[in-house]
Design a protein around this ligand. Structure first.
Ligand SMILES: [Mg+2]
Length: 303
């Protein structure tokens, strides 16, 4: 939505006359952006990720309409994607529709009232897509910390092992959290976890992900990382956590964490076993006095 409450519509066509007509037709109901090429359309979209509808010509110099909308699906997944064209390769059109790359197809020349109505309906498609995305987001995030949740973590780890040559897994458990909770109550405990969530979000950047594994335990997946990188990453995180004052009950709270690392495929080839090994390494950190990082034992014995 733009500031004036109008849904944003991006029109892309290599004919200036078409863009002018569309702009005139739609600007009363929508905030309209126009671009003469797909490449320029993508540039506009990068600055307006909340686009509601994209209306694209099919035949354009450079990238064609279907390719353009394929990119748009990645860039603005909730924008309704439509093609407005005089002619299109029927095989390509049906493929694009079947693979959900485009939602609607309109023929040139168009009838003004009909097209306007269709764009309004496409805005509804956009709203439905946004809601779906929002529900999916809610089902995969942890409300206390704002991090990804256990369900996301399990799927993400399996996916990462399939797609990467190596993956490091860090398990992180807050030290003495139970006594903190017993002493100050669960709302204070949750406030601490929320601040940890903020810190982890700031430190763990995509493609790496941080999830709340459960309770006061967090899991960080580092795709493409070996044990050296994972150890440096974990140690930096551990030190930062120990040194950063959090807002506690009536005063600053300093907390520490114990961390464990296991690396795929060196330590294990399966997701569940990798979790177990990183977890076991984390418990070694606990046993050795907490506020430390331990690599899976097979590694530590080798060094
Ligand atoms: Mg054209």
């Amino acid at each position: 939505m733009s500031k004036n409450g109008k849904a944003k519509v991006l029109c892309v066509d290599d004919e200036a006359g078409v863009l002018e007509s569309l702009s005139r037709l739609l600007k009363k109901d929508f905030e309209v952006f126009t671009a003469p090429t797909a490449e320029q359309g993508l540039e506009i979209a990068k600055n307006h990720l909340d686009l509601a509808v994209v209306v694209s010509d099919y035949r354009m110099p450079g990238m064609n309409g279907v390719e353009f909308l394929r990119h748009m699906k990645q860039l603005c997944p909730t924008a309704a994607r439509t093609i407005l064209s005089g002619q299109i390769d029927i095989n390509e059109l049906s493929h694009a529709i079947n693979s959900a790359e485009i939602h609607r197809f309109f023929l040139k020349p168009w009838e003004n009232d009909y097209l306007k109505l269709q764009i309004h309906e496409a805005v509804q498609t956009h709203i439905n897509l946004s809601e779906k995305t929002h529900f999916k987001y809610l089902s995969l995030t942890d409300p206390v910390t704002g991090l990804m949740n256990h369900r996301f973590f399990q799927d993400e780890l399996k996916k990462c092992l399939e797609q990467n040559d190596k993956v490091a897994l860090i398990m992180l458990d807050v030290d003495h959290f139970k006594s903190f909770n017993d002493r100050y109550g669960h709302p204070e405990g949750d406030r601490l976890l929320a601040q940890m969530g903020e810190m982890l979000k700031a430190q763990v950047k995509l493609p790496a992900t941080a999830s709340r594994y459960g309770g006061e335990e967090f899991a960080i997946i580092l795709p493409k990382a070996g044990d050296k990188y994972a150890m440096t990453f974990a140690e930096n995180l551990r030190k930062l956590l120990a040194e950063t004052p959090l807002v506690g009950p009536g005063r600053d709270a300093f907390i520490t964490a114990s961390l464990g690392i296991a690396v795929y495929p060196k330590d294990s080839g399966s997701a569940s076993d990798l979790i177990q090994k990183a977890d076991a390494a984390m418990y070694l950190s606990k046993g050795q006095g907490r506020n430390r990082t331990t690599r899976h034992q097979a590694d530590t014995q080798k060094d």
